[in-house]
Design a protein around this ligand. Structure first.
Ligand code: PXL
Length: 276
């Protein structure tokens, strides 16, 4: 069975982060491993603002050593790593283990807070992780920060950002235009250093899409682990996350999550009677 590891933050509400990744891996039928690098908490008393608490790098390293004790992983993805040391730690393990199919979700900004990583950590993502990335999956804000181009408001600007980010070492750059890009379509741009591919879908009118970014990159990693080529993995991940957004779930008065089981109709599973 294929094995995939997520090195990311925990979201106790179950929508984003490690929780999203493991649910997605399970839906893809690959075996999910995890290393918790940070814990993201949200405050209902303060407008659901997000706070990131990084785990101790030594504890991150111990988790990684545990996870990598067996046969090689078939894919790896990173998410909210919390600080510079944990970014370096993740990069060290990827290199030591010569991990293939590395998907870097450069989590810098999420909806709850415009920027949740310090500039030093952003530099560390650029220096240590992008050169190891088979695929990097920034949203529009993150692509603007990583490329140094700032606000991206058109497909043309996304293309320029993709070129810059590719120069930083990522083999495939997948920029998620999402709901932020003006216009009726949700446009993702895929760039492999030679040509641009635009993947378009209708924008879905919903506020219940927390976890979409994590789910998308986890789905790409799972597709790669199953031996699918990058572009096919991205296309399948887009279909997977689009279904998950369409069936978003209200969680509390502040947030609604994507439903990771939508694509596979997971809610209709395990309804049979127990064997006698
Ligand atoms: O969407 C970015 C993100 C990543 N990882 C974790 C999160 C969030 C946003 O809330 O909680 C754990």
């Amino acid at each position: 069975m294929e094995k995939v590891i997520s090195i990311a933050g925990s979201d106790s509400t179950g929508g984003a982060g490690i929780e999203a990744d493991l649910k997605t891996f399970q839906e893809y039928g690959v075996f999910g491993f995890a290393t918790i690098a940070s814990i993201v908490t949200m405050d209902p008393q303060a407008g659901w603002s997000h706070e990131v608490t990084a785990m101790e790098p030594a504890l991150v390293e111990k988790q990684l050593i545990s996870a990598f004790a067996g046969d090689p992983m078939d894919a790896l993805k990173t998410g909210m790593l919390g600080n510079e040391d944990n970014i370096v730690q993740a990069a060290k393990m990827i290199q030591q283990q010569q991990v293939k199919n590395v998907v870097i979700d450069p989590v810098i900004a999420c909806k709850g807070t415009a920027e949740i990583l310090q500039p030093k950590s952003v530099d560390a993502i650029i220096t240590h992780l992008l050169p190891l990335a088979d695929v990097v999956t920034p949203n529009l804000v993150e692509a603007g920060i990583l490329s140094g181009l700032g606000d991206l408001t058109s497909v043309e600007a996304m293309k320029q950002a993709a070129e810059k980010i590719h120069q930083l070492g990522a083999k495939y750059v997948v920029i998620k235009g999402g709901h932020r890009l003006p216009g009726a379509k949700a446009i993702d741009l895929v760039y492999d250093g030679e040509s641009f591919l635009l993947l378009e879908s209708e924008k879905i009118a919903t506020d219940f899409n927390h976890g979409a970014g994590c789910t998308f990159s986890a789905a790409i990693a799972a597709g790669l682990a199953k031996g699918k080529p990058v572009v096919e993995s991205v296309r399948l991940a887009k279909a997977f996350v689009t279904a998950a957004i369409k069936e978003g779930v209200v969680i509390n008065p502040y947030v609604g999550h994507v439903w990771h089981g939508a694509y596979t109709h997971a809610q209709s599973r395990m309804n049979e009677e127990a064997p006698q």
